[in-house]
Design a protein around this ligand. Sequence first.
Ligand code: SF4
Ligand code: SF4
Length: 59
Amino acid sequence: MSIYIIEEKCRGCRDCMKACPFEAIKMTEGKAKINYDKCTQCGVCELACKFEAILAEKE
Ligand code: SF4
Ligand code: SF4
């Protein structure tokens, strides 16, 4: 699985950042950014984003 943030859709609400159990999301210039060194691809942030700005692609 690969997790992506679609920057154009991100409204900077921080819900994904608060939901991430691994502190892998930080806000940069009002947009969420995933730190892939910390991300475990757990998928929690995708469920947390109500603007559908996070995409989980199953490979
Ligand atoms: S939950 Fe979605 S809209 Fe909110 S900051 Fe995260 S990616 Fe952006
Ligand atoms: S997939 Fe899981 S670990 Fe990765 S950024 Fe989202 S909530 Fe955090």
